[in-house]
Design a protein. Structure first.
Length: 167
C-alpha cells in the first residue's frame, strides 16, 4: 500500500501503541480491559513477546505516523502449546477502513509462519467488533467456537468468538 510500511515494533513505538490501545480501553468493547495501560507496561509486554520469538509489527506512514499494530502472545504457558499464539490487531481510529488492517494482518501471519508458529487464535468480542471478525475471516480464519456472557464492560454482558488460522 502506497505510503504505508509494516515493520517490527521498536521501543520507540510503544507510546503510540499505548495511545492506540488505550483508545479501545476507553471507548470500545474490542478489549475487555477496563483500565488504561502505560508505556512501561507495554515495554514489559514487548520484552516478553520478543523473548518468546513472536512477531510484534507496526504499520506506519512514510512520515512516521503509527497507524496500528499486530502482535501475538502465547496461547498458554503449557509447553505443548508452544506453536500456538493468540493474536491482537489494533488500528488508530484514523486508519480504520483504509485496508491497513488487511495489510498488517497479512504481514503478521507471514512473520508468524516464518517464526515456526503453527496456529493463530483470535479471541474477538461478540459485540462491537464486527470489523475484526470480518478482517480475520477475510484472512482465512475459521470459526472455532464462542463463549457467552464471559465479560462485562460498560454495564453490558459480552461474549467472545474464537477464530483460528493454521499457518
Amino acid at each position: 500500500m502506497n505510503g504505508v510500511r509494516i515493520r517490527p515494533a521498536t521501543d520507540a513505538d510503544l507510546p503510540a501503541v499505548c495511545e492506540i490501545y488505550n483508545h479501545y480501553v476507553r471507548d470500545s468493547t474490542a478489549t475487555f480491559d477496563e483500565v488504561e495501560t502505560t508505556s512501561e507496561a507495554w515495554a514489559e509486554k514487548k520484552a516478553r513477546i520478543d523473548a518468546a520469538g513472536i512477531p510484534f509489527l507496526v504499520a506506519e506512514t512514510d512520515a512516521g505516523e503509527l497507524l496500528g499494530y499486530a502482535l501475538g502472545q502465547p496461547w498458554s504457558p503449557k509447553s505443548a502449546y508452544r506453536f500456538t499464539i493468540e493474536n491482537s490487531i489494533y488500528l488508530a481510529p484514523s486508519a480504520a477502513g483504509r485496508g491497513i488492517g488487511r495489510l498488517l494482518l497479512a504481514e503478521f501471519l507471514s512473520a508468524c509462519s516464518e517464526s515456526g508458529l503453527r496456529e493463530v487464535i483470535a479471541v474477538i468480542a461478540d459485540q462491537g467488533a464486527e470489523a475484526s471478525v470480518a478482517l480475520h475471516r477475510g484472512a482465512g480464519f475459521t470459526d472455532a467456537g464462542a463463549l457467552q456472557r464471559v465479560g462485562v464492560k460498560f454495564g453490558r454482558d459480552l461474549g467472545v468468538f474464537f477464530l483460528q488460522r493454521s499457518l
